[in-house]
Design a protein around this ligand. Sequence first.
Ligand SMILES: Nc1ncnc2c1ncn2[C@@H]1O[C@H](COP(=O)(O)OP(=O)(O)O)[C@@H](O)[C@H]1O
Ligand SMILES: [Mg+2]
Length: 330
Amino acid sequence: MEKQEPVLEIRDLHTFFPLEEGMLKAVNGVSLTIHKSRTLGVVGESGCGKSVTAQSILRIVPDFAQMTGEILLHKNGEVIDLAALAPSGREIRDIRGRDVSMIFQEPMTAFSPVHTVGEQIMEAILVHDDVPKAEARAHAIELLKLVGIPIPEERVDAYPHQLSGGMRQRAMIAMALVLTPMLLIADEPTTALDVTIQAQILRLMKALQAEMGMSIMFITHDLGVIANMADDVAVMYLGRVVEYGSVRQIFRTPKHPYTQALLRSIPRTGRRARVRLEAIEGIVPVPLDPPDICPFADRCTQFIPGRCDEKVPDFLEIASGHSVRCILYE
Ligand SMILES: Nc1ncnc2c1ncn2[C@@H]1O[C@H](COP(=O)(O)OP(=O)(O)O)[C@@H](O)[C@H]1O
Ligand SMILES: [Mg+2]
């Protein structure tokens, strides 16, 4: 394997929400690495802490959240710990959009309804760069064209609600790419779209990545999408990464019982359509004052009493680049 350069390294990240009912441990000791020009897929059922991990990177978690750990951004040979920056200071605001930007499921929340798409993309350009307005507008049109929006010189003057869902998603990607970030965080960007449009958006993101060389953190609950998009995979469960490896390692030799269960639950199409879809029994609990045991203990088919409920298993590297947090491999 070629030598890989890290772009972002998360080390032992904890993001807790102190609530009246107790401490909600949304992210509970996450460590992962995103490499240059590669895509890290982050997968897990709803409520596993994927979005809060992404929000922690950009420092957009609510003020009352308690965050510890390191989020190391490698930028021009320098290492900046995003977790140590003031949450609304100039440094993180500069990094947001310029170096790291984010797209999410609902593009309507990314856009203001009262300004045109073009005005908002231009605004994003002008906040960071002092260029003439005409130049910013030309750049906005160029970006809309890049993301495959037809007749961009007209659509640039459209309001967000005048675009279809798929076109709005493209426009949000255009806005995220304004300053050619080194890392794009995509949080379930295609979950709300129909399959055909979803496939188009995924293809677009891959093409843009090839062209711009950016890294992508792709968050989804859909392992099928991961198979399509990711080079590396982090499987999350209840605020922790339970398995991390290359897409090949995760799909060919999954180790954690949770990863194995997720893989069995992928709906298959075509000839194998009749293979029974096996859902994972139970639901992801809310991590309110969770006990210090294996997070998957109460749903695991391989649960060993007295061992799995004794401590949190260590996160151990079992093959080069392949790590798992499970007592079966200790
Ligand atoms: N602002 C918040 N305040 C309190 N709890 C939150 C907040 N945001 C998320 N959570 C909780 O944190 C956990 C992880 O949420 P999230 O990261 O959104 O999961 P995912 O993106 O994997 O579906 C969930 O139990 C969720 O209810
Ligand atoms: Mg989420």
